[in-house]
Design a protein around this ligand. Structure first.
Ligand code: SAM
Length: 278
């Protein structure tokens, strides 16, 4: 009852916005609640990392990786390091962070699918040495992903990937990032929490299935039968959630752990609710 009252109060936007003003990732509030009330500066990334760690825990996996494709200045990667620290403290799951970036901004758009009316070569460059100075343990892989990703993954044995953040803007770059799924299934969790930055844009960008990241996803799904990436269904009803159209889930049907039961106490609660009340 009290939970329901608090929930409906939270749905009222004034209360929610006030709460967000008072809280951030450094506050004492448990990280899980900060994720739930979306009080963090990168709420979608926090959501993906938290639930990837939760899935790992249910599968008995102690360490996972999270990848940011497109790092630019590195503000997001720095924030992700703080989230990883808090998630480790609560769940015990370590998150190894990796960022891929050319280091010199966007490559040249290859055609209209790369939205050349909005993106141009060299936009969003990185100050690599400055970024390396402020990071705490993340791997930053410099170069075009189509040159660096495979050799990095081959040479470095990273824990299974549980979350991926796609923010490379162009269709061609997103297509190249998605080739990561050519890696063996064990290189991932069976379901990967995925954030697509360029899924929602302004009246100038006009993202859709016929350009940019969404077109790359569409193409990927057409070409792959045993891995599918789809937009979430659980966040869509949250009308107050501004990033609900950015979260996607990748299902790796051939993953050896894909069918492992993860019901836990959530399923017990659900069953209790469905039992006949006498
Ligand atoms: C919008 S910025 C990323 C912003 C960053 N995610 C953040 O939240 O601060 C896009 C970045 O993608 C990188 N990028 C685009 N295509 C790439 C490619 N093929 N390989 C590596 N990096 C790429 C660019 O260098 C650019 O820095």
């Amino acid at each position: 009852m009290i939970r329901n009252i608090l929930k409906s109060l939270y749905m009222g936007s004034v209360f929610r916005d006030l709460l967000k003003l008072c809280l951030n990732e450094r506050s004492w509030v448990p990280f899980h609640y900060l994720v739930t009330i979306q009080a963090l500066s990168r709420p979608a990334h926090a959501y993906c990392m938290w639930y990837a760690a939760d899935l790992a825990l249910r599968l008995g996996i102690k360490e996972i990786s999270a990848i940011e494709f497109g790092v630019a200045g590195g503000n997001t990667l720095r924030i992700l390091e703080r989230y990883a620290k808090r998630i480790k403290k609560t769940t015990g799951i370590s998150i190894h962070l990796i960022g891929f970036d050319t280091g010199e901004g966007l490559p040249t758009p290859e055609g209209e699918a790369d939205l050349p009316y909005w993106f141009a070569s060299g936009q969003y460059p990185m100050d690599e040495s400055k970024l390396r100075e402020v990071l705490h343990g993340s791997d930053v892989v410099i170069g075009n992903v189509n040159q660096t990703m495979e050799s990095y993954l081959f040479s470095k044995h990273i824990p299974p990937i549980g979350a991926m953040f796609f923010d490379v803007d162009l269709f061609s770059s997103t297509r190249d990032c998605l080739t990561i799924f050519k890696q063996p299934a064990e290189q991932f969790l069976p379901r990967v929490f995925t954030y697509i930055d360029d899924a929602v844009g302004s009246h100038l960008e006009l993202y859709g299935e016929f350009n940019g990241a969404l077109m790359a996803l569409d193409e990927f799904n057409k070409l792959n039968t045993r891995i599918k990436i789809h937009m979430n269904r659980n966040l869509l009803p949250q009308y107050f959630n501004r990033w609900r159209y950015n979260v996607y889930y990748a299902h790796l049907f051939d993953h050896p752990l894909y069918t492992r039961y993860i019901g836990g106490k959530e399923k017990e609660n659900e069953q209790r609710f469905l039992r006949l009340d006498l």
